[in-house]
Design a protein around this ligand. Sequence first.
Ligand code: C2E
Ligand code: MG
Ligand code: MG
Ligand code: MG
Length: 288
Amino acid sequence: QAKGTGRNRAVSFTWSMKERFNRLHEIETGLRRAIADRELSLHFQPVFNLASGQVVGCEALLRWMHPTLGSVPPQEFIPIAENIGIIAEISDWVLGEACAAATDWPGDLRVAVNISPQLLRSAELPQMVVSHLMRAGLPARRLELEVTENVFLDDQAHTSAMLLELRKIGLRLTLDDFGTGYSSLSYLSAYAFDTIKVDQSFMHNVRRSPESQAVVRAIAFLAAELGMDTVAEGIETDEQQDYASAAGFTDAQGFLLCQPQARPAIAALLAGGIDIGTMRARRARRRA
Ligand code: C2E
Ligand code: MG
Ligand code: MG
Ligand code: MG
């Protein structure tokens, strides 16, 4: 009878606080040696041009396999890496790996790297990027940096100076997860982004929400007027892909088209010349 009383709930609450604290502690200590212990890896997810079906580039996505916690998602450990002051070290590793991986790929395919707001504040970023491009022998136009709207929460003069400096290197800038954060349409024209990635929540809602449809169509239209590419993120169904095309998006990315892949697997797929059509044929064969 005593089960489920307030007192018991208080006890389990205490335990879960303790568990949360232990996990945070394990992540903090684990992160400090994750690079040295070779627990980090990158996966690469292709982005496809909707009109031609061709791959335009791949986004590098960080993976961490902790020895006891298993796979820890980047959305959990990146903010912790920022808090304990090792985001620059991790990003340095990511940039090096991403630039090296892109040199495996045919043609002019780009690699996109996510840059956290804290790193964008750091004066060492441009030099870090240049040295990785040089080491890999990768032309700057094949590198794309993705930042989210949160960077505009910081000192705007500083943010815009940094974006300008990165631009001068010759790389491409993408505004990621557009429409979720501290957004303003004025950023689109003021900050010369090459590409806008509309947050996947919009694509997941288009079916039942006329508001999402209107937002998505308006963003695609505005971006086209401003000469920017638009990526529809999180495409999971044929219907969402058709919707992205009809709304005027230039590009699409999502589990339907291709899952994120380890470096050897993505190199093999790209060397084989995948496109939206060949990926659809693969899916049909798997279902058969
Ligand atoms: P993001 O940059 O918006 O990356 C896209 C996320 O959506 C990835 O999650 C990807 O695996 C996932 N995704 C791709 N297609 C689909 C789909 O069709 N459906 C659904 N539901 N999800 C899809 P992931 O890899 O867990 O990364 C989450 C976030 O962590 C990223 O969001 C990015 O903000 C951050 N992140 C990842 N790698 C790095 C990194 O190297 N540095 C930094 N600073 N952040 C990173
Ligand atoms: Mg991204
Ligand atoms: Mg995104
Ligand atoms: Mg995201």
